[in-house]
Design a protein around this ligand. Sequence first.
Ligand code: IFM
Length: 477
Amino acid sequence: MYHDQITSGSLTFREPFLLGAATAAYQIEGAAHEGGRGASIWDTFSHTPGKTADGATGDVAADHYHHLEADLDLIASLNLDAYRFSISWPRVMPLGDGDINQEGLDFYSRLVDGLLARGVEPVVTLNHWDLPQSLEDRHGGWRGRQTSYAFERYAEVMGAALGDRVAIWATHNEPWNNSYSGYGSGAFAPGVRSHEAALRAVHHLNLAHGLGVAALRRTITRPDARVSVVLNIFRIEAEPGHEEAARRVDAIANRAFTGPMLRGAYPAELFDYTRHVTDWSFVQPGDLETCHQPLDLLGVNYYEVMHVRGAADLDPENLSLGGTDFPSSEYVETVQPESLERTGMGWGIEPQGLTNLLLALTEEYPELPIMVMENGAAFHDQVTQIDGRPAVLDHHRTSYLIGHATATHRAIEQGANVQGYFVWSLLDNFEWALGYGPRFGVVRVDYETQERLPKLSAHWLAELCATRTIPHLREHP
Ligand code: IFM
C-alpha cells in the first residue's frame, strides 16, 4: 500500500557505504529494574518531579528488552546494512566499576548475534548518556576523574565480550549533551547547573574517550572492526558582523572535543573564553596525549544549522540562554531565521548545512572517513487507514530524509569522505526531557500495546537500503 507513494531516484551510494538506523539504550529498552540492571542517572532524573515532560521515564519506553526477536526481524525487514545501538552501562556493570552482570552481557550478545544472523552489521555506542547512578554518587559522575577510569574498564569489558563480532565501536554519543546539558544548564541528567562542572565533564569525557579507545584496541579481535566517536559537531552560521560569536561557540561546543580527541590539544581560545569559569587545573600532565588516540572514522550527528549572533547584554545568570548551554552563552544567542521550514521540534530544515558540514570536516581532517550517525526529524504523525489497515503517511519526515540523504550524496560528489548514513531513529522512543511527545521513529510505537507500525519513511528507508539509490516521493500533500 505504500509502494505507490515511492518512486525510484537516480543518486546511488556506492560501496563501501553503510546505510542504517540508530537507537539508544535508555530511549528504547525499558526493563529498568530487570535482568540485574543497576540504576542510571536518567532513572533518577526522570523520576524527579518536574524534570521531564509529563513525568515521563524510560522504565518501559519501547520495551525493546522484551521485544528483541521481533525488533531484529523488523530491522531485517528494512534491509539495513547496519544497526546502531548503545549499551546500557548499568545493565552490564550495575555500579559502573564493580561486578559484571552476565545477564546484561548476554542480552547484548544475543542482539549482536541476531543482527549478524540477519546480515546486519552491529554498530555499538558505549556511552549514550545513561551513566550508572553509583558513579554519580561516588565520583560526581563526569565531574570526577574516577569516572573516566571506570569507563576504561567498561570499554575493556565490552571489547572482550563483543569485540569478536561488532563492526564499529563509538566511545561516546554527543558528549556535548552529557557535559553542557547534564552539568551546565541542568536540562538533562544529572541536572547539575554549573559552568565549572560542565567543563570538568568535558575534560573527563575526553579523557574517557582516549582511555576507552585504547581499551577497545587491547580487547577487540574482529580484524576489520573500526573505532570511532560520535560528535554533534555544529554547523555554525553567524549573522553578518557576528563572526566572533561563531568562533566562541565553535571553540566551546565543537573544538572542546575535536581538539583533544583529533589534535591532542584544547584550542587556546577556549581557555580565554572560559577564564571566568575555571583555570582548567583538572587537566593533568599526559591527559591530552591520552585523549588523542588514532581513530578509524568520525561519527557526526546532524539535525540543523546553528545560527548565532553576539549578545553582550544577556543575563549571565541564565545558563541556557538562547537554547545554548555553554559557559559563555552570556555572549552568544541563537537565532531562528524566519524563512526556514521547521520540524516538530522547531528545528530549521537546512540540508545544505549537512553538505557544508561534511565538506568542512573532510577539509579539516582529510584522512578521517566520516559517517552520519544520526539524522532525522520529529513530526506530528497521524495513524490513518489504508485498505482497512492502519498506516502512517509521514510525508514530512520522508521528505526530510530524502533532502538529507541527497545532501550527503552531494557532499560525496564534491569530495567529502563519507562512508555511511544512519537515520535517527528506528523506533519512536523516549526523547529525554521531552518524554514521549516528539516521535523520531521511522517505525511507530504504540506505547499502550507496544505494537510496531512501519511508517512511509520506513518503507522509503527499506527501498533505499535495497537499491542503494535514493527513492523519491511520488506526491507530496
Ligand atoms: O534523541 C536524540 C538522541 O538521543 C541524540 N541525538 C539527538 C536525538 C534527537 O534529539
